[in-house]
Design a protein around this ligand. Structure first.
Ligand SMILES: *Cc1c(COP(=O)(O)O)cnc(C)c1O
Length: 394
């Protein structure tokens, strides 16, 4: 089995599993309890906070633990909206290809009367800082632009966008769920005011993540209750999960350069191999993309059938994101980069893990080529294209 769906979730690392098990067994006190058994859990919690803060160049007080990336995105955006509206600012800038955790939160705010500008991400999936600058108005409360896209893997000039926001005095949030642990992040150097992260995208456990919010930004609570997380997020902390997240992130950043170099090499080999398939196209900028991300469209086939046949060959991949697969709508990300519906339906995302071997990469290329050819063999859409009844797009 070759797991090539690391953008959907990753396997937990051995070290993260061990951290989690030992804490579940031995350190199950409530960190809010004053006796030493609770305080031991509190120490673990605060050590994790320090470690994570250190990794992204933040202060520990700027880290709020959440249930994952979605919650962090929701809290960041709602908080900025509440701060903005106090000063009559009800305009938010984002992009058309954000994760649904961002887009659906923005939809909710639009119903409350916020005006949302979704920037064009162009054919290559890249937004220029100048375009952000041009969209900022007197009443802009927030710019929220993802660090790296979860489907096509394109990576934005976060420092550049952050600098524009800083200069204009507008809050800047980035959904860094796909980037953290895979790319170097320094929130101060990159002018980031708020950042969302999720442990299960970097070999940590599911159901745990964090929000970085620069000191001085007043957060709105999404969950009311106890005074955990300095009153910013109620509920007894998931100590084993949080500590395992810190372990996983520590490991990920320790090996980042080595992993990146190797993944890019394998990724580019797979991209070159898949480009040999006629009427295919890579989605997203070829160089400005996550080290392990490959996303293609193949004309004349259905992404779903492609996935099932690859599964038969022992390859786990994805078509669109996990949230949209299962629905018949083509991916909003592929539509945002200008792919038409028919072409967007025939998409494949391979997100490679650090442990991918050269043999596995070759096997993936060979298998995708076989499966695409097989499916085209009995696709009426393909037959019409070949017969000249319809026009090839790719
Ligand atoms: C996975 C993902 C999320 C959601 O994170 P969860 O922890 O699963 O809630 C948000 N944004 C991006 C870009 C993601 O890839």
């Amino acid at each position: 089995m070759i797991y090539a769906d690391n953008a959907a979730t990753t396997a937990m690392s051995e070290a993260a599993i061990n951290t989690m098990i030992s804490l579940i067994k031995d350190t199950y006190g409530n960190p809010s309890s004053l006796y030493s058994f609770g305080q031991a859990a509190k120490e673990v919690l605060e050590k994790a906070r320090e470690d994570i803060a250190g990794i992204i160049g933040a202060d520990p007080r700027e880290i709020i633990f959440t249930s994952g990336g979605s919650e962090a995105d929701n809290q960041a955006i709602i908080s900025a909206a509440r701060l903005g509206e106090k000063n009559g600012k009800k305009h938010i800038i984002s992009s058309a290809f954000e994760h649904h955790a961002v887009l659906h939160t923005l939809n909710k705010l639009a119903k409350e009367g916020f005006e949302i500008t979704l920037l064009d991400v162009h054919e290559n999936g890249i937004i220029k800082p100048e375009e952000v600058a041009a969209a900022i108005r007197e009443d802009t409360a927030l710019v929220t632009i993802m660090y790296a896209n979860n489907e096509i893997g394109t990576v934005q000039d976060i420092k550049g966008i952050g600098a524009v926001c800083k200069e204009k005095g507008v809050l800047f949030h980035t959904d860094a769920v796909q980037a953290i642990g895979h790319l170097h992040i320094d929130v101060k150097d990159q002018n980031i005011d708020m950042l969302s992260a999720s442990a299960h995208k970097f070999h940590g456990p599911k159901g745990v993540g964090f929000l970085y919010a620069r000191k001085g930004i007043k957060l709105t609570n999404l969950i009311e209750g106890g005074a955990q997380e300095k009153g910013r997020r109620a509920g007894t902390e998931n100590v084993p999960g949080i500590a395992a997240m810190a372990t996983a992130l520590g490991e990920a950043v320790k090996d980042i350069d080595k992993n990146t170099e190797r993944l890019i090499q394998v990724r580019d080999k797979v991209i070159a191999g898949l480009k040999e398939i006629p009427h295919s196209a890579l989605n997203g900028d070829e160089k400005n993309r996550l080290p392990g991300n490959i996303n293609f469209c193949f004309e004349g086939i259905e992404g779903e059938s492609l996935l099932l046949l690859l599964d038969d060959k022992g390859i786990a991949a994805s078509s669109g994101s996990a949230c949209t697969s299962g629905s018949l709508d083509p991916s909003h990300v592929l539509l945002a980069i200008g792919r038409v519906h028919d072409v967007a339906h025939g998409s494949l995302r391979l997100s490679l893990g650090e442990d991918i071997t050269d043999e596995e990469a070759d096997y993936i290329v060979k298998s995708v080529k076989e499966v695409v050819e097989y499916l085209r063999g009995f696709s009426p859409v393909w037959r019409d294209l070949v017969a000249g009844k319809t026009q090839f797009i790719l």
